[in-house]
Design a protein around this ligand. Structure first.
Ligand SMILES: [Zn+2]
Length: 346
């Protein structure tokens, strides 16, 4: 035992001596915050962020979402105020989700020109014209069964019919664009929807309206709290016949390529944290802007652990957003947007 300790001591002192002539010392670049800030490779700015808002009809009240502290279901006027608050802090875009007055089998309330999303788009455009407005396109918030498309019965097995869903998504996208959305963001994962929506917009002289495609959207357990927020939990089954299998990376590239071929202006990976590798793949393979969705479950885990004092919430928020940007995302959709922007020192 004694011998071994002596040996260890000798080895250490030899290393120290050798070290005096060491050429490469990466620690020189970490000696002070001034130096660290000079060589920092990745800096998240409020302009990188897109702030999601959940809009309810004015007949309802502003309600905090239990599993997402700090996130609210907003009436149209609250959504306008929240958008203004985000813009004042340097955030440049919001992404709107709607909770309608009524639901049915085909989600027809989603193309009601007086719907919560349409009204919020108009209100925000008027009050905060400098903000880019994106509107999520999907049927699950508007259907009574909570699925993202039309349900058909194939020999006793219920499934979402792809091609019957496309015209409904087109109607919804046109309605949001007509209200003034700068981008529509289809999140349904139906095949061919980007091309169908692009054509529908172009035919109505809405060729300026962009498409942010949820290209690689996975059937993920991280969406749990969102379903409370958007009241969009499926009433039966799950979304695995249309959202992607979390195990598939090559298939994600194929989905991105298809969306780009069909006319997407931006592609997205959702969720972000368990899929950082695919954000990097998106960045390395394609030239379009890449968005990543830092989803509800990722947000709620930070909030829950911070509430218990198990982690330093603001520090973890910064580390998470930095990791998403470092992985290759140009844009990050995040519920942390306001909190991040408030703490940002540019
Ligand atoms: Zn959906």
């Amino acid at each position: 035992m004694t011998t071994r300790i002596l040996e260890a001591t000798t080895t250490t002192s030899e290393l120290t001596t050798t070290g005096r002539g060491m050429t490469h010392r990466p620690r020189r670049l970490r000696r002070s915050e001034a130096i660290r800030s000079l060589v920092r490779e990745t800096i998240v700015r409020p302009t990188d962020l897109i702030y999601p808002l959940f809009v309810v009809p004015n007949s309802r009240s502003k309600t905090e979402i239990g599993s997402m502290p700090g996130v609210f279901q907003l009436r149209v006027r609250d959504a306008v105020d929240e958008a203004k608050r985000a813009a004042d802090l340097g955030v440049r875009a919001v992404l709107l989700f709607g909770l309608p007055e009524y639901k049915d089998g085909i989600g027809s309330s989603s193309w009601d020109p007086a719907g919560p999303v349409q009204s919020a788009i108009e209100g925000i455009k008027r009050a905060v014209p400098e903000l880019a407005i994106m509107a999520d396109v999907c049927l699950c918030e508007y259907t009574d069964h909570g699925h993202c498309g039309v349900i058909v019965d194939h020999n006793g097995v219920k499934d979402v019919d792809n091609d019957q869903t496309l015209p409904l998504l087109m109607k919804q996208a046109i309605s949001f664009a007509a209200a003034g959305a700068d981008f529509v963001a289809p999140s349904d994962m139906m095949d061919g929807r980007i091309g169908a929506i692009r054509r529908a917009l172009d035919e109505r002289s809405m060729s300026d309206v962009g498409i942010m495609a949820y290209s690689a959207k996975f059937a993920s357990g991280f969406y749990g709290p969102f379903r409370e927020a958007a009241e969009s939990a499926p009433q039966f089954g799950d979304r695995r016949t249309y959202q992607m299998d979390p195990a598939n990376g090559r298939e994600a590239v194929r989905e991105m390529q298809l969306d780009i071929d069909e006319g997407a202006d931006m592609i997205m990976v959702k969720p972000a944290l368990s899929y950082l590798d695919l954000i990097r793949v998106a960045r390395d393979n394609f030239q379009l802007p890449v968005a990543a969705y830092n989803v509800s479950g990722e947000y709620s885990m930070v909030k829950a652990a911070a509430e218990r004092g198990w982690i330093d919430g603001p520090r973890i928020m910064n580390e998470i957003l930095t990791s998403i940007k470092r992985a290759g995302a140009d844009l990050i959709i995040t519920y942390h947007a306001i909190e991040f922007a408030q703490s940002y020192r540019g």
